[in-house]
Write a protein that binds this ligand. Sequence first.
Ligand SMILES: [Zn+2]
Length: 405
Amino acid sequence: MGLDFVALDFETANRSHASACAVGAVRVRDGQVVDEYFTLIRPAEGLNDFEPGNIRVHGITADVVATAPGWTEVYGPLRGFIADDVVVGHNAAFDMSVLLNTCGAHDIDLPVLSTLCTLQLARACVKIPSYSLPWVAEHLELPSFDHHDPLADARASAMVLVALATIARASSVADLSEYLRVPAVPTWTERDDMLFAQLTAENDDLIGTGFAGEVVCFTGALKMMVRDRARELVVEQGGRWQDGVTKTTSILVTGDFDERTFRPGAAFSAKLTKAFAQVGAGQKLEIITEEAFITRMTIGEQELRARLGARNARTKVPDWVVTQAGNGPGEDFWEWYRRALAHPSGRALGGEPCIWCEAPLPAKTHWIHRDRHVCGAYCNERLKRGARRAWDREGIPVRSVDWEY
Ligand SMILES: [Zn+2]
């Protein structure tokens, strides 16, 4: 087995991770790109407003995706492209979150995949001031590329993995993962159960882990949030903040650059220049953009939500999924399925408690989640699995609802 994997990159329309609007993927065999996949995606109703911050990063608008296929058409070919490969991404937690949340918003069962993150691999292997993809690529002397074009990003992260494997003298993805002590992680379906088993037992403080142990400093004008709120979020995610860069600062968030402009060769402020020098002098400090800060925080919030879910979790599927199921599916399977899972009080407007974890439902979410009063893909998956077990117990005949690809 050589260096074989699929590298993947998603872009989203807005801050919802269910709003995938483009995906690029490359298949690598023996360290060479042998196939590519790219498509624009038209996000589902309720998830399709393109926010200015996202447009600024990737340049994709509602007009651009007006005639693009929706997720139910994209998923099959994409899943087929990935097949049994390890999925590689730069900040793979984000790309996996988009894949799972977008699946969840379309009632597609969450795929079980193994993922490896080139951001973590790079952190374990080389010392540079920023691990944003253009910086890692530059450090590894890879050709420059159009950052946030999903196919270009997928190719770049593939080449990063191959270059890191050369440095580490690893001849396979598994070797590289072992040498650098960065394990491949399974997607949420399996991790879920692990997380729940660990967390239901203890009544720990509900603090996120997005910035656990980090000392965060902000520089420049933030575009998407005010600095006070950003500082609060750091604390909510287990970190501390500082006014100025010191010897203990571990993350510097720069508001002056976005994901496209923060790259080697740009002109930097005195504060950033000083930070680069401190990294050169050996300080463990990482410089990230506001977008990267928000992504990290969002993933931390999802983890927090999972822990809240573990604490408040229902242990039993709600009775209505059985009573509403009647004698089982008739002619129209999906019509029956969705009616059986719907909350008896009707479509939620936002703010109602999730039936599993009691977290307030987000105002912006897919109608499937609003019909079932679930907060997202994660709790929706638990409802679907619980319902299937309950129907099975009650002898309600249900054909497999595994998504075919
Ligand atoms: Zn929930």
